[in-house]
Design a protein around this ligand. Structure first.
Ligand code: PMP
Length: 380
């Protein structure tokens, strides 16, 4: 039953269906796009194209209404039932986190204030906070986690000066879930900004459940076009986000692609997508575990049955004990296996381990995992 569901979805991706000899295993970098998203964009550009919020004529008014509808759609997609939230469309996670840091956090910071930041995560979730701190005399402190990249077993010190916790939902190299519930329990009054680049569109994401204050993500990793993304914010623990100079023409076709992507993801079923991607990750991890020449990074705890909260999502990163990871990337590519190799945009303070990252989305199949494992086995 899952098989038929997956195959029906897979057939909807022209880049996947049109390249049967290739296994695209780099969705953490960017996802492929389903036909429905491409159709929504083409339909808008060929039958409805006009700028938003400028018009005295129906085309423009319709675009304005579609942008507003996309905001509401996003609130609904994030299970937001509050009436105090805002949506700002941005070009992606990198821009979104910079906007939160510069336009929301920095104006509130005083010398000696503290920001808790995960140093081993993507640079996009470190550099903006460091910049805000440098501008204001605030301090950036590491949000620690153990070798399995789990917040659950480390002490986290929240002080009266803690002004923000910058959390990552799913780690872009290790694929683990970052236990946001525990952060919220430790710091009930501190705003949490969630980098959801690897979770939005991959698993159900409820702001009601997580009780975070900002969610920032990129559309291009979640079936939508590049240059799309949003900041969802809720002003319960501080002033509302009103980015300076927020104006200009929105990325209309991009936002329409994002709305279409959310429709597609909901229809496909996010819980099912998450389970599918996790199962592919487990299949690959188990296959790798049987080959001692490969080391899987950051997964010790997550494969234990008693793991408290942490789950691994469809990202598996490993290295060969002898073969350089970049070379391994080229070897795999020659076999039509498209992975991400070498380093992974980790912040300079984080550990920089050259490795191979395999990341799945719902169009990937168990056969592709087996094909990858076969190729890795042949290298023996
Ligand atoms: N944060 C995380 C966790 C990511 O994985 C990425 C993309 N690799 C980013 C931020 C940056 O996203 P973008 O390049 O779309 O701005």
């Amino acid at each position: 039953e899952s098989r038929a569901w997956h195959e029906a979805l897979r057939a909807q991706f022209p880049m996947i269906a049109g390249n049967p000899d290739v296994a695209y295993l780099d969705s953490a970098a960017t996802s492929q796009k389903p036909q429905a998203v491409l159709d929504a964009v083409m339909d808008y550009l060929t039958t409805g194209n006009a700028n938003a919020a400028r018009g005295t004529y129906p085309w423009a008014n319709r675009t304005t209404a579609r942008i507003a509808a996309a905001s509401s759609r996003l609130r609904q997609f994030l299970a937001d039932s509050s009436d105090v939230s805002g949506v700002h469309f941005v070009s992606g996670t990198t821009e979104g986190l910079r906007v939160v840091a510069r336009d929301w956090l920095a104006p509130q910071l005083r010398p000696g204030d503290e920001i808790l930041v995960p140093f081993a995560d993507h640079s996009a979730n470190l550099l903006p906070w460091e910049e805000a701190a440098a501008l204001t005399g605030a301090r950036v402190l590491p949000l620690p986690y153990d070798t399995a990249h789990d917040y659950a077993h480390r002490e986290i010190t929240v002080s009266p000066r803690t002004r923000l916790i910058a959390a990552t939902h799913v780690h872009h190299v290790y694929g683990n879930d970052m236990n946001v519930h525990r952060l919220r329990a430790l710091a009930p009054d501190v705003p949490i900004c969630l980098d959801a680049a690897q979770s939005f569109g991959h698993l159900p994401l409820s702001v009601t459940d997580l009780d975070v204050d900002f969610v920032v993500f990129s559309g291009h990793k979640a079936m939508a076009l590049p240059g799309t993304g949003a900041i969802w914010s809720r002003n319960r623990r501080g002033p509302a986000l009103t980015p300076a100079g927020w104006a200009g023409s929105p990325n209309t076709s991009g936002i329409i692609s994002l709305a279409a992507a959310m429709d597609w993801l909901d229809e496909a079923g996010l819980p099912r997508i998450a389970a599918w991607n996790r199962a592919l990750g487990v299949r690959l991890t188990e296959g790798l575990s049987a080959m001692p020449e490969y080391e899987v990074l950051g997964c010790q705890r997550s494969l234990r049955a008693d793991s408290p909260v942490q789950q691994r999502h469809g990202i598996v990163t490993f290295r060969h004990r002898e073969i350089n990871s970049n070379d391994l990337g080229f070897i795999l590519a020659a076999d039509g296996l498209l992975v991400r190799a070498d380093e992974h945009c980790q912040a300079p303070e984080g550990e920089k381990t050259s490795s191979v990252r395999v990341s799945f989305h719902v169009y990937n199949s168990p056969e592709e995992v087996d094909r990858l494992l076969d190729c890795l086995r042949r290298l023996r």
